[in-house]
Design a protein around this ligand. Structure first.
Ligand code: SAM
Length: 328
């Protein structure tokens, strides 16, 4: 049954902040990922894409590693009460499975689905209500990349004594790792745990592994989803082409990501929030990127930010991993 939902909206997603971030995306020619999940239309397109292609939905072996990670995290939870904070919760399917494991062990649950998108936190909330009492499900809309006071928010606006299980599923690929990891580390206290997932490059040769997965990104549902934003901003389909390629980024770091670039083939002027943006033929707009890691790269990244990898689960395909961590 649908009930009225109360959502907390952090200032990082107030309209003036969203406007500032959108204009910055266009000025820098680099779209902030959060704009791909903004509207109800984008949310539904992303959920359809996720349903069709996400290994966690389509690959039983991927489901197996998540179930194993959830069972371990739930069994190791050190208290009767558990606060699951789903950072970038999306539709909340994975968080809800973790919550089910915790509920099966008799834990009292508190859940904060957290996302930039109001529709996403509502979908995640609806999924979690099957396991979490409504008064303990406290959705938060916020931008993790810019909200600087989240540690204080969780300390003062949620029961601080309850140990946290923080999830960061499907998020690491879409963030500059050295910008987002300090934010995650700041939320983790000694008894808290972080469960995160990463898309991996399969096989012993990292560069070849990234090449191998490239075709997975180039499909109609992904194009439709990514083009939704550009079309809403006033780009027309015939203005250019959306292409997918591999970048080492930052240059010299050895880390690789798949990037989607829209290359303009004819001039296009966009008027957005009162500002004009001119794109010339040959110019590109980076629309999306997705880092691919190896388990060793994840471990090194965590260590660089004071986090210790406790356990990991990798699919047989070596394309996805789930990592359980704590403060070092
Ligand atoms: C790839 S989805 C992952 C969803 C879910 N965790 C899962 O694994 O199925 C990324 C999610 O992150 C959210 N997101 C993107 N940028 C964000 C940001 N800066 N702060 C918070 N959430 C963000 C999107 O709205 C989207 O729901």
């Amino acid at each position: 049954m649908n009930t009225v939902a109360q959502i907390t909206i952090h200032p990082s997603q107030f309209p003036d902040a969203v406007r500032r971030d959108l204009l910055e995306s266009l000025r820098s020619r680099q779209i902030n990922h959060k704009f791909h999940y903004d509207s109800v239309k984008q949310t539904h397109r992303w959920l359809a894409l996720h349903q069709a292609y996400a290994p966690s939905r389509t690959d039983p072996d991927c489901q197996r590693i998540y179930e194993a990670a959830f069972a371990t995290a739930a069994a190791q939870h050190p208290a009767l009460k558990a606060h699951v904070i789903g950072l970038g919760c999306g539709g909340g399917q994975k968080d809800t499975r973790l919550l089910r494991h915790l509920a099966a062990l008799g834990r009292d649950l508190l859940y904060t689905p957290c996302d930039v998108s109001v529709p996403m936190v509502l979908v995640a909330r609806a999924a979690a209500l099957a396991v979490v009492p409504e008064e303990n499900c406290l959705p938060l809309v916020c931008d993790l990349a810019t909200a600087d006071d989240l540690p204080e928010f969780f300390q003062t606006r949620r029961p601080a004594e309850v140990p946290r299980l923080i999830t960061f599923f499907g998020m690491l690929p879409n963030f500059d790792p050295d910008a987002v990891m300090p934010r995650l580390a700041a939320l983790l206290r000694p008894h808290d745990r972080l469960l995160l997932s990463a898309n991996l490059a399969p096989g012993p040769d990292y560069a070849a592994g990234v090449e191998r997965v490239l075709p997975q990104y180039d499909n109609e549902l992904t194009r439709d989803w990514l083009m939704t934003l550009l079309l809403d901003l006033g780009v027309e389909r015939g203005d250019g082409r959306l292409g997918f390629g591999i970048q080492e980024y930052p240059p010299g770091s050895g880390l690789r990501r798949i990037a989607a670039l829209f290359r303009f083939e004819r001039p296009r002027a966009l008027l957005v929030e009162g500002e004009r943006f001119d794109f010339a033929p040959g110019e590109t707009l980076r629309v999306f990127f997705s880092y691919r890691y190896t388990p060793e790269r994840v471990r090194r990244l965590l260590a660089r930010h004071g986090l210790e990898l406790r356990e990991q689960w990798i699919t047989d395909s070596e394309e996805e991993g789930v990592f359980l961590c704590r403060r070092a």
